[in-house]
Design a protein around this ligand. Structure first.
Ligand SMILES: [Fe+2]
Length: 290
């Protein structure tokens, strides 16, 4: 049974309250999925969720979990991680969208919120896309994003791909299954991978375009080319996107025990800076089976 539901900020997201003293694991998966499909973000409040329960709950919705080798894990499977270290702000991105195996969902849970600030921030990629000028839409539709990785150790690649990729042939098969991937196995047990993808994702639940990608991190934090023709976006386009992100920023005002389920093919997330080093937020990444 689903209890009280409220809007999450001004987004399509919902806050789903524990109105019946339920265990999070007793929530209806079918009803929760229906809310998720239309809202894209659910904050489950007052369920007192632990990182272990986040993993168990997410399993009910997921065909597969994905190891995040960029973070520190807290479980033996390496599926539950501390969020990015540090206390600085993080700019909008979709999790692992610069890699060929982007998870469908990023799950967050908070055991200790920062005393002040430190909210997880999020942006609806559908609204970002709607706000972009026709010129910028044309730019992002006509050029692909390109990400290059040199000499990735085979063992790390296995972890990203999943536990059933045991042999080189398994890895090749998985890489071949993703559009836009080219790769080369090197003599030193590493692989060089290039991944090209659109910055615009057609959301599978409502079939609308979403600006849901890793573009902003590369544009803001590097001098590297981001498009497959070797170019970067102009300062005018960057200014336009920054204005849109500023306008559309939504916040998750953490309480201890909160759980968040976020559509990683539609929503970008980030973080506000904070100074309270007791803040504890965890994530797990998965692909949905629905
Ligand atoms: Fe992230």
């Amino acid at each position: 049974m689903i209890g009280k539901i409220e809007p999450l900020g001004t987004s399509t997201g919902k806050i789903l309250y524990n109105s019946h003293c339920q265990n999070i694991l007793d929530l209806s998966v079918a009803e929760t999925m229906e809310i998720f499909k239309s809202s894209g973000v659910i904050l489950f409040r007052d369920f007192g969720v632990t990182p272990k329960q986040m993993k168990d709950f997410s399993e009910q919705f997921s065909g597969k979990h994905i190891i995040d080798f960029t973070k520190v894990s807290i479980d033996s499977d390496k599926y539950v991680n501390f969020v990015d270290g540090g206390m600085d702000g993080l700019i909008p991105h979709c999790e692992n969208s610069c890699f060929p195996f982007r998870p469908d969902v990023i799950w967050f849970c908070c055991t200790v919120p920062a005393e002040q600030e430190g909210e997880t921030l999020f942006w609806d990629g559908i609204r970002v896309w709607e706000e972009l000028s026709q010129e910028s839409k044309q730019l992002f539709l006509s050029k692909q994003l390109k990400f290059s990785y040199k000499n990735v150790p085979v063992d790390i690649l296995k972890g990203i791909i999943g536990s059933n990729a045991n042999t080189i042939d398994d890895i090749k098969q998985r890489l071949d299954s993703v559009d836009g991937v080219s790769y080369q196995f090197n003599d030193d047990k590493t692989v060089s991978v290039e991944y090209t993808c659109s910055s615009v994702v057609n959301n599978k639940y409502n079939h609308q375009n979403a600006f849901a990608n890793h573009f902003w991190v590369y544009q803001k934090r590097t001098e590297e080319a981001i498009f497959d023709d070797g170019s970067r976006a102009s300062d005018e386009v960057a200014d336009e996107i920054e204005r849109i992100f500023d306008k559309l920023t939504e916040k998750i005002p953490w309480k201890a025990g909160d759980l968040v389920m976020m559509d990683n093919s539609r929503f970008l997330h980030g973080r506000g800076a904070f100074t309270d080093n007791r803040r504890q937020v965890f994530t797990t990444l998965s692909n949905l089976k629905f």
